[in-house]
Design a binder for this molecule. Sequence first.
Ligand code: GDP
Length: 288
Amino acid sequence: MAARGLPPGVGRLFAMRAELGSGRRAYSTSQAFTEVLRLPSKQLTKLVFPLQELERHLAPGSKPDFHPKIFDPSLEDIGRAETIFTAAARNRIEYVSSAVRLDHAPDLRRPEVCFIGRSNVGKSSLIKALFSLAPEVEVRVSKTPGHTKKMNFFKVGKYFTLVDMPGYGYRAPEDFVDMVETYLKERKNLMRTFLLVDSVVGIQKTDNIAIEMCEEFALPYVMVLTKIDKSSKGQLIKQVLQIQKFVDTKTQGCFPQLFPVSAVTYSGIHLLRCFIANITGNLKINGF
Ligand code: GDP
């Protein structure tokens, strides 16, 4: 099929769809993303590459401050990552266990990524969105005040483990800080920490708890901007530029490209899945 007028990579993906169509299970695996590929080009960019879409609206002078294509997979790569996140008989995606101490955490067989952020930042919603291709997965939420906060471990097939870290507030109790610190410092299979920041309000004092931990332990981490559907384009661009400036000038270990997402519109979710698949070593992306 001719790729004229389509974003780069779509033509190749149509070819891949035809191939996948020959096997029933493979077809159903790619079905959700096939819907995405039917979108008109502008809508597709907004959904799959939200930072690139925002870049189009920037004043020419601010463009050098934006890094939307450091991680720049093709739609074919993104389609392949979707299969990793799709539950199937041979790809069980499930909650494994919870732990309050590192020595209660499951074994180290798979690479691990963790999600961290202050309470209400949108962490449970984001994890649910990442797992939308595995609807049976129950993302546990323990928000009752005084209720013990735990680290929740989810297994994604044979590929990796995703850890939902407890949300923190300004007065994070000491035992909580100890638990998170010990995990971040000592977990040997931790490949990347995803630090969530609310795009509506930007980096708050409380976010510095996590930023300082990541910097202090020289961890590689990534800033994910949540709830991007809530702001006007102008407000969002303003926040993104401010956060980008912070990352560029005040951090050492933070990945230079921001990942804006919405758990409501699913904007940025596919790209984030692909990034996770890549950094856990399950997808080799050319040039990255
Ligand atoms: P957590 O405490 O970090 O796990 O936050 P939640 O996922 O429970 O979200 C906190 C609140 O923000 C809830 O009312 C969610 O419905 C809302 N929320 C989370 N993500 C989004 C999003 O992407 N867009 C919008 N509009 N609301 C969101």
